[in-house]
Design a protein around this ligand. Structure first.
Ligand SMILES: Cc1cc2nc3c(=O)[nH]c(=O)nc-3n(C[C@H](O)[C@H](O)[C@H](O)COP(=O)(O)O)c2cc1C
Ligand code: SF4
Ligand code: SF4
Length: 626
């Protein structure tokens, strides 16, 4: 039981002392990506071998003859999911990638016993071929600034003392013993911490509004719904460093005068739910949640609420309705959540990453936070990098970094030597950015000006083979299905927009359709009740703005320039390349290809059923798709 600040400091010191006895620490990534890749089997094999040889108790590894322990432990996500399962060996920081259970023996024999590095398990740069031993030197990590993710991959998320030993709960102790609730709000305000859930609203203003509300009962709610396709930042924080989220919420509770907190986490994140539940249990057992925390008179407890996986439930008022047991539908504002949120009481609602930023701001001060990022968007942002990119994974970068740095320096560029075409930022609420935005600083305001938004931080990279009309159709299909149906512009508008986009990709679109699509997009944006409808048009509007020629090609020429839209695909034979061998006409199931031997053959596009058999059969690459 940690009864006061002194106890907390002693617990941290004891953990650090214990670490000194540890010669080597083997951290095996237990994030969702690595677990899916078999990392828990790797963990079991290494642990078994270490135990079988008695290495976990005493082993002579130190050059000076000291006997040191080896600790084998699961960890949170390192972010480099592409290279998983990942094993990190401290203190040297040796970083092994794509580790299989069969590698366990070599890791124990060669690295743990002899202290040597296994070359084949090191990360190898796909272009330069250079091998990297430590994580810190790898291009994927070099431009990152890991604050909220700093413990992910470094500590065992299921052990509260690992968090405490790394200064965890020290910010809580500081606010409870040295600061007033008003002072806490002031520091968050001064740091200009803006909500990481997408909107970028200043957290300090929100916290102070709840603080000023005159109510006996107030709530703190953490939004861990993360419904955007392609996003997994919040999941990694909840899985990899759950106590950081709890600490941020506890500090918010103290600052706002709330005694109860809820974490709303989607049920599709079972590992995050499990780790959060374990963290809450441990924090309660050790007196960091519950009554009279650290003997300061402050009481606060947290409940975990599993969401049912509807995108709209991430919207603040729908989320509180869902926690109350009602259907998750947004409501009109005012009253705002800060005045009347959960059960009609003043409620402080923030995103997972927003809360995770709080402990370090308290410990290091507002100036430290303002020293990163841009003046109006300070700090860092976690992004989930996916799509046509060499290094997919989770990254944390200073706000204001450019797309070019993210895509080429961190992401390693586009695979297969293909050209970059666009990036969809912020999921269905965001928009598409293009080559011309390569040097745009990624911050709240610059993105808004470009018609997009950071959203929760999903970055889906697309290469030259992507059809931007199809991309707009994909996102419209998503938002239309996720619309709660409460208000007409969103319910009907998204449906009509989807119908138009479907007409265009199937080759039946008209010029009037494009005009109507734009008109509807603006109506839905302006007339919808909540953010889902208000932002649903963003992928359409940005693709119309930046890739208008692709819409025109689909409508006027009945062509899909990227060759994606099946209905618009057509085949033709290049007479220059065709040798008249007749192989294609023999495989065509509908006799669409005719010609004379040793003369160029032709395809009847009316008859062609677009099976593609002729393309793969032609030995001279004479059949063209387009
Ligand atoms: C349709 C919709 C879905 C949303 N989904 C999320 C979500 O998954 N996570 C989140 O933090 N915020 C989400 N938001 C934003 C929240 O309404 C709210 O602004 C945010 O949780 C506040 O926290 P922040 O200020 O720390 O960003 C969503 C908003 C809308 C309109
Ligand atoms: S905008 Fe869409 S999701 Fe939001 S309340 Fe209206 S119908 Fe529901
Ligand atoms: S795509 Fe199929 S149907 Fe069309 S011409 Fe080639 S082989 Fe015939």
């Amino acid at each position: 039981m940690i009864k006061d600040r002194g106890d907390l400091e002693r617990a941290a010191a004891a953990w650090r002392e214990e670490q000194k006895k540890c010669g080597l620490k083997v951290l095996i990534c237990a994030g969702t990506g690595c677990v899916a890749g078999g990392s828990m089997e790797v963990y079991r094999r290494i642990k078994e071998l270490v135990e079988a040889e008695g290495l976990n108790t005493l082993v002579d590894l130190d050059k000076h003859g000291d006997s040191k322990k080896i600790r084998v432990s699961p960890s949170g996500c390192h972010g480099f999911c592409e290279m998983g399962p990942i094993v990190r060996i401290e203190p040297k920081g040796i970083f092994y990638t794509k580790v299989k259970p069969e590698d366990a023996e070599d890791i124990v024999e060669i690295t743990l016993k002899k202290g040597e590095v296994i070359d084949r398990l090191l990360y190898r740069h796909p272009v330069t071929g250079e091998r990297y031993i430590e994580e810190e030197n790898m291009p994927f990590y070099k431009k990152q600034k890991r604050n909220v993710l700093k413990n992910c991959g470094r500590i065992n998320p299921e052990d509260i003392f690992e968090y405490i030993g790394n200064n965890g709960y020290h910010a809580l102790a500081k606010v409870l013993t040295e600061m007033t609730p008003e002072g806490v709000c002031q520091i968050i305000n001064k740091a200009n911490l803006r909500g990481r859930g997408g909107g970028g609203f200043p957290a300090g203003i929100k916290w102070d509004s709840v603080r000023k509300e005159n109510s006996e009962i107030k709530y703190v709610v953490c939004n861990g719904d993360e419904g955007d396709p392609g996003a997994f930042m919040d999941r990694s924080i909840m899985e990899g460093d759950p106590h950081r989220v709890l600490e941020g919420m506890l500090i918010a509770g103290y600052a706002s005068g709330a005694k109860e907190g809820y974490i709303y986490v989607r049920a599709e994140y079972p590992l995050a739910v499990k780790r959060l539940q374990k963290a809450v249990k441990q924090a309660r057992e050790h007196g960091l949640l519950g009554e009279n925390i650290l003997s300061t008179g402050f009481s606060f407890d947290i409940k975990i609420n599993k969401g049912a996986g509807a995108f709209v439930c991430g919207e603040g008022s729908a989320l509180t309705a869902s926690i109350e047991g009602n259907r998750g539908m947004p409501r009109t504002k005012p009253p705002r959540t800060v005045q009347a949120g959960l059960w009609g009481k003043p409620t402080l609602l923030n995103n997972v990453e927003t809360f995770a930023n709080v402990p370090d701001i308290i410990i290091n001060g507002a100036e430290w936070f303002l020293g990163m990022g841009t003046p109006n968007s300070p700090g860092t942002k976690a992004f989930a990098l996916t799509g046509n990119i060499v290094n997919t994974g989770l990254i944390e970068v200073p706000m204001g970094i450019t797309l070019r740095e993210i895509i080429y320096d961190i992401g390693g560029g586009i695979p297969g030597g293909k050209e970059f075409k666009a990036v969809q930022i912020g999921g269905p609420s965001g928009g598409c950015l293009t080559k011309k935005h390569m040097d745009l600083p990624l911050d709240f305001d610059s993105l808004e000006k470009a018609g997009a938004m950071i959203g929760s931080g999903g970055l889906v990279v697309m290469d030259e083979d992507a059809c931007m009309v199809e991309v707009a159709r994909f996102f419209m299909d998503f938002t239309q299905k996720e619309s709660c149906g409460k208000c007409v512009p969103c319910r009907e508008g998204t449906k009509r927009m989807l119908e138009i986009l479907e007409r265009i990709v199937s080759g039946n679109g008209t010029m009037e359709d494009i005009e109507l699509l734009e008109e509807l997009a603006i109506t839905v944006k302006t007339g919808s009740l909540c953010g889902l409808g208000k932002t649903a048009a963003n992928p359409v509007l940005t693709t119309l703005k930046y890739f208008g020629d692709e819409y025109l090609a689909h409508v006027k020429e009945k062509k899909c320039p990227a060759g994606v839209c099946r209905a618009l695909k057509g085949y033709s034979i290049d007479p220059e390349k065709c040798k008249g061998c007749s192989k294609c006409s023999k495989v065509c199931p509908v006799n669409a290809i005719t010609g004379k031997i040793k003369q160029a053959f032709t395809i009847d596009r009316e008859k062609c059923i677009k099976c593609g058999a002729c393309v793969s059969t032609c030995p001279f690459n004479a059949v063209e798709e387009g």
